[in-house]
Design a protein around this ligand. Structure first.
Ligand SMILES: Cc1cc2nc3c(=O)[nH]c(=O)nc-3n(C[C@H](O)[C@H](O)[C@H](O)COP(=O)(O)O)c2cc1C
Length: 192
């Protein structure tokens, strides 16, 4: 195959842009379809499609935030107004958040860890798709990705759990790169 210089350059320099630095405009409906199409084109041993996606955008971002704040308050009655406001704004200002659920399909051909990895690939592929269309993105999994009540409120069904939330929007800042691992620390050669 010929060298794909644009893809190589992207992969060598890509980095996340946090949700606080993502603003409108978000993807159009057509762009969103493309992001979802690319995002779900991932390795999937056994073709079990062990994931589902939940879209949170527009006014639903605030409604979901209100419900998160209510759940947080129920679990932490000492949560003050500032803390409640942080919860209400969990899906702001990014115009679009895509929650990715591991939706396991128990089968000896593909143990759950493989299905989990496939779901993780959906998260990262959604991020790549966002950048490919000129947006920026970040992948988070905050407390609401682990709390059963919050997960249910956000759309998880029995047996499912969130593996990540991919926030997508137009970047408001150029984010400095972070330190990357030294290859010598993480790569070694197998020896007999
Ligand atoms: C599974 C997973 C969960 C994460 N959860 C959070 C989170 O809750 N809050 C946060 O600020 N960043 C979260 N991050 C993002 C990382 O902290 C960090 O921003 C990211 O790894 C940046 O790397 P990159 O620039 O190479 O994309 C998460 C990343 C992954 C892969």
């Amino acid at each position: 195959m010929p060298i794909n210089a644009a893809l190589r350059d992207y992969l060598k320099t890509r980095r996340s842009v946090g949700i606080g630095f993502l603003k409108d405009p978000g993807p159009t409906p057509e762009e969103l379809q493309e992001i979802l199409t690319i995002g779900t084109r991932v390795p999937d041993h056994g073709k079990f499609v062990p994931w589902r996606l939940i879209l949170i955008e527009g006014d639903d971002r605030l409604r979901a935030g209100e419900k998160l704040a209510a759940i947080a308050k129920r679990k932490r009655p000492d949560l003050d107004e500032a803390g409640m406001e942080i919860e209400r704004r969990q899906f702001l200002p990014a115009p679009l958040t895509i929650g990715v659920l591991l939706s396991p399909k128990p089968n000896p051909k593909s143990p759950e860890i493989e299905q989990l990895l496939s779901a993780g690939n959906v998260c990262f592929n959604l991020s790549h798709a966002a950048f490919a269309l000129g947006f920026a993105a970040s992948w988070t999994n905050r407390w609401y990705g682990f709390d059963v009540d919050a997960q249910t409120m956000l759309g998880a069904r029995g047996g499912e759990r969130f593996v990540g939330f991919v926030h997508i929007g137009t970047p408001t800042a150029v984010i400095e790169d972070r330190d990357r691992p030294n290859l010598d620390d993480v790569v070694s050669r197998w020896r007999s």
